[in-house]
Design a protein around this ligand. Sequence first.
Ligand SMILES: NC(=O)c1ccc[n+]([C@@H]2O[C@H](COP(=O)([O-])OP(=O)(O)OC[C@H]3O[C@@H](n4cnc5c(N)ncnc54)[C@H](O)[C@@H]3O)[C@@H](O)[C@H]2O)c1
Length: 326
Amino acid sequence: MTVLVTGGAGYIGAHVVRLLQQRGDAVVVVDDLSSGAAGRVSGAELVELDLTAPHSAARLEGVMRAHRVEAVVHFAAKKSVPESVERPLWYYRQNLGGLATVLEAMTAAQVPKLVFSSSAAVYGNTTSELVGEDDPTSPTNPYGETKLYGEAMARAAAVAGGPRFVGLRYFNVAGAGAPDLGDLGANNLIPMVFERVEQGLEPLVFGDDYPTPDGTCVRDFVHVVDLAAAHLSAIDRLSGDLAHDVFNIGTGRGYSVLEVIEAIGRATGAPATWQVSPRRLGDPATVVASPVRANQELGWRADKNLDDMVGDAWAAWRVRRGGRSG
Ligand SMILES: NC(=O)c1ccc[n+]([C@@H]2O[C@H](COP(=O)([O-])OP(=O)(O)OC[C@H]3O[C@@H](n4cnc5c(N)ncnc54)[C@H](O)[C@@H]3O)[C@@H](O)[C@H]2O)c1
């Protein structure tokens, strides 16, 4: 099978490209390299294309026809929440415009299967102990809105004769499958703590008075290799009957900020101490996925734990920093 991966030169996309290649699929990557790196994609043709550029749908359709593409995994998007608040229209154009290009090209070239990167950001401030796909969706920023509306757009296109689609709602993605595949644009807890550790500073903990076991926020971290495997399961299951089209991709196990700092201490040898700062606006106490639907319908389950994620993320971090740290 030939799979076209948009954003395949990015953090998660590059992991999926490698897994597809390992199982013998042919891969074509489409990426404008705005945040990706061409060096991550070897053994796959790289087509440099901005999916929001004029005439990009026609060009993409040509690539799909030339390679007889049978499935698309669409990662290409912008992913910074604060940037999406500052530049909402650009985020809509990038994330929804790019998806519209992909859907148009797939419909024209009659490519039948689409797997789309969605996000836990579609839920907004969750209150359930375990967030299920049928919980209310109420994104709190334009980034999350582009993911929720992207699911709706793909669903509408499917009804109108476009590709069948699965949207995967990722929770907190971490780790690396190889030291050269780390996240170059991460702005979340684990790299933020690495940054402080590298500077010899104590990590900052934003609030220790949440209604959680140790008072710090609890999140569901999923290893990027487990996450990548979910995409292959989704491509395969799209051939059969699926009762649903959106799936949470998480572990169902939450880790608190302090547990993450302790795991980082184990991986780096740095003392697991921290400074408490005031809560940040809009941080929910607990966000943990119920992955039951993905377990049952996609036959997918995460099997890596927090120490795997932090250890692999640290190895990748050191490669990125030229081995200066640690
Ligand atoms: N990393 C996470 O924690 C996370 C969580 C939830 C959802 N997601 C989603 O997963 C997807 C991949 O995220 P990532 O972490 O790998 O990000 P990334 O920035 O590493 O990868 C995105 C890739 O898309 C490419 N790209 C961006 N805009 C493009 C455009 N207009 N045309 C062509 N290529 C373009 C970039 O060059 C890059 O290679 C995104 O859709 C993101 O919103 C990521």
